[in-house]
Design a protein around this ligand. Structure first.
Ligand SMILES: Cc1cc2nc3c(=O)[nH]c(=O)nc-3n(C[C@H](O)[C@H](O)[C@H](O)COP(=O)(O)OP(=O)(O)OC[C@H]3O[C@@H](n4cnc5c(N)ncnc54)[C@H](O)[C@@H]3O)c2cc1C
Length: 355
């Protein structure tokens, strides 16, 4: 049995940040990680000789926390913004459209805007516009994002715009996504502004200028690299292959290490499932002339896509990867019924194909 001040369980980004902060504050720290590598869902993989992220590949700029961390660990000069262009949507009917410019999570801020009408048709856009005529209390108690959008703007907006975005970002359907997790300020904005579309406009206006997401040149896995280097510098006792049994944990002991225990790993839950990540490199320089904004979100029933699959987030438009000329990347996650955002991928063994 060894003794330290703090025992951090889990070596994903949360555990790495925590262990580093505690060690910098002068604490004696041990970091226990079940697998044979640190980084958790931050993971890089090589496809066609090019290194790309197979896990998280961008970060939300809201709050500025990730940019601040990146700057603190020496990656400030490598922060990049995506192309200034909307994401695209590949729809059930096989057509592709740009997502409406003035929207939040696919919810239109101006339901009768030309790009909304082009996306869902005049009739559905007019139904969505009824939102402004309803009392703000309609849908205000909705438990999920899906329920809120359906009640205020109708199912065409939900199916055609919101659900594909939610599936791409959260790996679950809008009907399964709790409203507060989708956006913590949306309910308040609805009640304050009197309608959902006006709430969307006010949230967009209140957001900091610039892109909603950011990236790191060379990939998000660099965050883990720099943190791991710091752990070595600050003398953190890192133990790989140290799976801790949650039912044997105490506040003062994890495995054979004594000290104040801090959890940075979630106990397994019944709703967990495997995530399959498919990365494809397409060597087609002609595609460089027609980038599809920050990515292509694919509707669940889009032709050519297996049911239940939610391809999403090609990093080709996300800052650094789009500068690799002649290579376009597609990433997809297969999903089932996710119990929470970003279902755990710890069991996933990366395999890759390239073309
Ligand atoms: C394909 C994919 C794409 C994503 N894209 C994005 C994105 O673009 N932007 C974004 O913000 N987020 C994204 N995410 C989510 C993001 O990667 C995760 O939210 C984040 O990395 C989680 O970090 P964490 O440290 O909390 O957990 P994890 O990274 O899951 O780390 C937990 C660690 O604890 C270890 N562990 C588990 N159980 C035990 C145990 N009993 N004992 C010891 N160790 C244990 C695990 O092995 C793991 O290393 C994505 C996730 C996936 C899977």
């Amino acid at each position: 049995m060894s003794r330290v001040d703090e025992v951090v369980v889990g070596g994903g980004i949360a555990g790495l940040v925590l262990a580093r902060r505690l060690a910098m504050a002068g604490r004696k720290v041990a970091l226990l990680e079940a697998s044979d590598r640190l980084g958790g869902q931050l993971l890089r993989i090589e496809v066609a000789g090019i290194t790309v992220d197979a896990g998280a590949e961008s970060f939300a700029t809201r709050g500025g926390v990730v940019a601040q961390l990146a700057t603190e660990i020496g990656l400030g000069a490598d922060l990049v913004s995506p192309l200034d262009a909307p994401a695209w949507l590949y729809r059930d009917d096989g057509s592709a459209i740009a997502l409406p410019a003035t929207s939040l999570l696919g919810i239109p801020g101006v339901p009768l805007a030309a790009d909304v009408i082009a996306a869902i048709g005049t009739r559905a856009a007019m139904r969505a516009e009824l939102d402004v005529a309803m009392p703000p209390t309609v849908g205000a108690k909705a438990a999920t994002l899906g329920e809120l959008v359906r009640r205020r703007m109708g199912s065409a907006v939900l199916r055609g715009l919101v659900d594909p975005v939610v599936r791409g970002v959260h790996s679950t359907s809008a009907d399964q996504l709790p409203l507060e997790r989708a956006h913590p300020g949306l309910r308040t904005a609805l009640l304050r502004e009197g309608s959902l579309s006006h709430g969307v406009l006010s949230l967009r206006a209140g957001a900091a200028a610039g892109s909603q997401v950011g990236g790191i040149r060379g990939g998000m896995a660099r965050l883990a690299d720099e943190l791991i280097a710091d752990l070595e510098l600050f003398g953190v006792d890192v133990r790989l292959g140290a799976r801790i049994a949650f039912d044997e944990l105490t506040r003062q002991r994890a495995g054979d290490v004594e000290g104040r225990v801090v959890l940075a790993a979630a106990p397994p839950t019944a709703g967990e499932h495997r995530v399959t990540i498919v990365l494809l490199a397409v060597d087609q320089p002609a595609l460089d002339a027609a980038p599809r904004g920050t990515g292509m979100l694919v509707a669940t029933d889009a032709p050519g896509c297996a049911r239940g699959r939610s391809p999403t987030s090609p990093p080709s438009g996300r800052g650094w990867a789009n500068r690799l000329r002649g290579a376009t990347f597609c990433a997809s996650r297969t999903t089932g019924t996710a119990s929470r955002t970003w279902p755990m991928s710890r069991a996933a063994t990366p395999r890759h194909c390239s073309a």
